[in-house]
Design a protein around this ligand. Sequence first.
Ligand code: B3K
Ligand code: ZN
Length: 848
Amino acid sequence: DTPIRLADYLPPSHLVDGVSLTFRLDPGCTRVLSEIRFRPNPARTGRPDLRLDGEGLALVSAALDGAPLAVQPDATGLTLPGASLPDAPFAFTAEVEIDPAANTALEGLYMSNGMYCTQCEAEGFRKITFYPDRPDVMAPFRVRIESDLPVLLSNGNEVASGPGWAEWHDPWPKPSYLFALVAGDLVAHSAGFTTASGRTVALNIWVRPGDEARCAYAMDSLIRSMKWDEEVYGREYDLDTFNIVAVDDFNMGAMENKGLNIFNSKYVLALPETATDDDFARIEAVIAHEYFHNWTGNRITCRDWFQLCLKEGLTVFRDQQFSSDMRSAAVKRIEDVLTLRARQFREDDGPLAHPVRPEEYIEINNFYTATVYEKGAELIGMLKRLVGDEAYARALDLYFERHDGQAATIEDWLTVFEDATGRDLAQFKLWYSEAGTPRLKVSDRFEDGRYTLEFEQVNPPTPGQPVKQPKVIPVAVGLLNPNGDEVLPTTVLEMTEPRQSFTFEGLGARPVPSILRGFSAPVVLERETSPEERAFLLAHDTDPFNKWEAGRALAKDVLARMVTGGAQPGPDWLEALARVAVDETLDPAFRALALRLPGEDDMAQTLHAAGHVPDPARINAARERMAGALAERLEPELGALIETLAEPGPFSPEARAAGRRALRLAALGLVTRRDGGARAEAAFRAANNMTEEVGALACLLEIGRGQEELGLFETRWAGDRLVMDKWFALQILHAAPEETAATVERLTAHPAFDWKNPNRFRSVVGALSANHAGFHHASGAGYRLLADWLIRLDPLNPQTAARMSTAFETRARYDADRQGMILAELDRILATPGLSRDLGEMAGRMRH
Ligand code: B3K
Ligand code: ZN
C-alpha cells in the first residue's frame, strides 16, 4: 500500500454543483441512483481526468449527460478520461448495487439491529456510490429514500414524503464525508430551540422503541450546547431540524453529519440507574462536540485529511471550554491533562508518534489519534494564551467570516490569527509539523532580591524526525512567598529559544515557583523539587491545576521509590494527602482527584523516561501497598467522609453531586481495604444509581471479592447492552495480574460476548490492555490473546482492530523478554494472509 502525501496535494479536477441520490433500500441488495452535476475546476488546466472513488460497488449502469457510458471500474473507482469530458458543466449518472447487511466494517451503508445507517468519514462514501470522495469537493445534496421502514432520515431539511418514501434537501454545500442516511423503526424524543435570531429548530433524538425515556440528558446537553455556541462564539444553527440517531453498532463515539448526527448509543442513552457520572459527563461533551462541528468542521471543513486537526483540535478545544463552563474548570482541566498524558504523551513517546498535522498516511482512519485531537486542542489553547482572550475572539470571528463555505488548511487558520493580531506565527507552526513532547528543564537562583528562572527546552527525536527546532512555549508562572502568599500572580512567559531565563525583581525572600500553571503547554516539566516544596504547593498554590499537580508529583516520587527501591510511603505524602482529603474548603471532585493514585501505565511511562526498565508486576504491587498505606492513615476519617457525602434526595447528574459521589467512592475504595468489604457490600445493595452500584462493585473486585454481587448485577442487567458492557469490563479491569488473561478467556466464551459489536469487543479486549499488570504479565498470555482477537476481528472490522492494536505501542519501555514477545505477536499479525491496510499499517509502524 502506497502512502498518500500532503506534498502531493492537487486541487480537484472538477467541482460539483449538486448531487441527487435515490436509495432503494434492501438489506442484501440496495440500489443507489446518483446524479452528479460536475463543472471543470478553473484552478486546473489541461483537461485532467476525472477520478471517481468507488469500492465494493456493483455498477449497473452509467451515463454522461444522458448518453450511456461504457466504463469499467477498477478496485478503487473509475476514471473518466479528461479528453472525453465536456469542457463545460455536465451530469454523470450511475446506478450501483450494494449489500448493507454484509457490511461488518461499519463504514459506508450498514445495518444495526434492523436499522440502516451510514458512516462516511473519512472515506466511507465511496462504499455507497462513485464520487470524488475528498473533503475539498463540496456540494448541496438532495436525497430520496425508498423503504417501508417508518423513519427515513438524511441531511438537511425534509422537503417531501409519502408512504414508503421521503425526500431531503441539504442547502449547505458539504463534502461527501458528512453525508448520512438512516432508516428504521425509530421513535423520537423531541424538543424545540429558538436561535438568537429567532429561527425555530425542531430537535429530535431518534432511538429504538423503549429507549425514548433515556434521552432527556442528551437533549438537555444539546440545548445547552446550542445556546453556549451562540453566546461564546456567536454561532447559530442553520437548518430547520437537528436530528440525532443512537446506534448500537458504531466504530467510534459519534459523527457530525450535517443536520443528522449519528451517535454510538452509549453517548446518548442515560438514566441514573443505567449510566454513571462519567457517562453523563461524556454524553454532555460528545453531544457538544458533534454539535460544535456544525461550524468548525461542516461550514468550514478541511481541504484534505492532513488538515484533520483543523476541525478536530479546534472542536475538542471548544467542547473542553463548554464542559469547563458547565462544570468545574479546575477539575475539567485536570481530567483533560490526565487523558492527554495517558494517551497522547504515550503516543508521542513511541513508534506511532506523528505531528498534529501528519505529512503522510496509508490509511487515514489510523490518524484519528490523541495527537490530532487532544494535542491539536492544546495547540489552540496555547494560541489563545499567547494572543489573549480578546484577540482570540476576534481571530475566530475573522475565521468564520473569511472561510465560511470553504475547505481550509492550517495555513489559512494561522493566517487568520496573524491578520487579526499582527503576530508572526512561523515558529508557532512548528507545533503542527514536529512530533514529540518537548522536555522543559527548569532551574532557579535567588540573589539580592532577584529571582531568576532558567529554562531549557529539549525536543526529543521521533520516527522520521531526528532533529527538531525550538518551539514557542507559553509558560504560565506564579510565585509564592515562604508563608504561602502569592507575590506574583499568574504571568505568561514566552519561551522561544533553546535556553532562556526570566528575572523577577524586588522579592524579600526566595519565592516558591509555581510553573506551567493550568498546564499552559503540552510539555514535560523537569525540575528537581523536594517533597517539602511539593507539599507546600499542594497546600498553598492558588492555581488549582498546579495544586493538584504538586500532589500528583509527590505521589509519583513516592511510588517510583517504592517500585525501584522497595521503600514505604513516607509521612510527607500521607499527611499532605490526609489534609486535602478532609479539607472542606476544597471541591469534593478535586479531593477525589487528589486521592486517585497515579495509574500503572503512567508509572511505567514515567519510570522509563527516568531511565528505568519498568516491571509491571512490581508497579502493581507497589501501588497496592501505597493504597494500603493511605487506607491505614485515613482510616479514622473515612467513615465520616462516607456518611457526610451521601446525597439525600433524587439523583442529580450535575457536577456538584457527581463530585460528592466521586469523593465518597474514593473513600469507600480505601475503607474496603480495611473492613474486608462490609461497607462496599452494603453500598452495593443500597445503591439507587449506576455510579454507586458499579463503584461499590469495583471496590469489592479490587480486593478479590464481589462474586455474588457480579451475579446479582448480571441478573439485573442482562437485558441492557450498555450496562452489560460495564459488567464485562469491570471483571477484567479489576482482575489480579495472573488471572487477567484467564478472565478474558472466560468472558469471551460467555453467550453475551457479541464480538462483532464494537462496544462489547472494546469492553472485553480493550479492558485487557487497560489492565496494565495483567496485559503485561510475564507469561505473555495477554499479548497472545490480544493478537488472537485482532487477527480474528480484522477481516470483519479493520478499523476497530487497528485502533485496539495500539496496546502494543509501548513495547520499547519494557524488558527484553516482553519486547521479544510483543515483536513475535506483531510479526504474527503481519504474517496474516489478507491483513487489512488499517491493521497492516499499524503493526508495521509498531514493528519498526
Ligand atoms: N469526526 C468523527 C470521527 C470520524 C472517525 C473516522 N474514522 C467524530 C468526531 O470527531 O467528532
Ligand atoms: Zn470531532
